[in-house]
Design a protein around this ligand. Structure first.
Ligand SMILES: CC(C)(COP(=O)(O)OP(=O)(O)OC[C@H]1O[C@@H](n2cnc3c(N)ncnc32)[C@H](O)[C@@H]1OP(=O)(O)O)[C@@H](O)C(=O)NCCC(=O)NCCS
Length: 179
């Protein structure tokens, strides 16, 4: 599976991608809204291995692709959709980006291609996403995709010495693409 946008190529992960992921997942900016305090290399290797294993699923339910720069092939993050079952009308959207590339619209560009894939190729009816309510950058990505806020779940997660709320966003097939 491969998706191409103006600036990006979303491609399948390979085993030698993990050092690039490890490099950015240690950045405190990246770690801020995750329970992880740090990312041991073996954990990151497993993380990438999970995405590689998805490629062999039949039927395939999860597509977590590497986000790479078209200009030089550099891996700068990942983006994907996850269905619970093959007939599920809904998939969950997730993404993350190397902080050195934040603020250029890359996550939004990648997520837009993934949502388009979900509605046109997977024939999904609904795509949803959850994010920590303090994660302003992620909220902006979801808003720019045209997703609507459907819920505010109070104190769903406890990590880094405090409770965190979670927001639920979604968009329906007939709302895509947003005007
Ligand atoms: C959420 C995330 C993927 C956004 O990536 P991105 O490529 O920077 O997204 P965009 O460029 O579309 O920017 C989204 C918003 O982030 C904010 N932002 C991005 N970079 C910023 C920076 N360096 N400083 C301040 N704000 C910044 C802007 O408000 C922007 O919104 P705008 O377009 O209205 O100005 C990225 O911040 C990230 O990887 N975070 C860590 C992992 C994560 O939280 N994943 C989502 C889990 S739900």
């Amino acid at each position: 599976m491969r998706l191409t946008t103006d600036r990006l190529i979303l491609r399948e992960f390979t085993a030698d991608d993990w050092p690039a992921v490890w490099a950015y997942q240690q950045n405190p900016l990246y770690l801020r809204y995750y329970p992880w305090e740090d990312r041991p290399p073996e954990d990151v290797r497993r993380f990438v291995q999970t995405f590689i294993a998805q490629q062999a699923e039949s039927p395939r339910l999860r597509y977590q692709l590497a986000i790479t720069l078209k200009e030089n092939g550099q891996l700068i993050g990942n983006c994907g959709l996850r269905q619970k079952t093959a007939r599920a009308p809904e998939a969950g959207l997730g993404y993350e980006l190397d902080p050195r590339f934040w603020g250029r619209g890359c996550a939004t560009e990648a997520a837009r291609a993934m949502v388009q894939f979900g509605f046109t190729r997977l024939n999904l009816h609904r795509i949803s996403a959850r994010c920590i309510a303090d994660n302003r950058n992620s909220i902006r990505v979801l808003e720019k995709l045209g997703m609507q806020r459907e819920g505010h779940l109070r104190e769903t997660d406890y990590f880094k010495d405090r409770w965190w709320d979670t927001l639920v966003y979604a968009i329906l097939a007939h709302e895509w693409p947003p005007r």
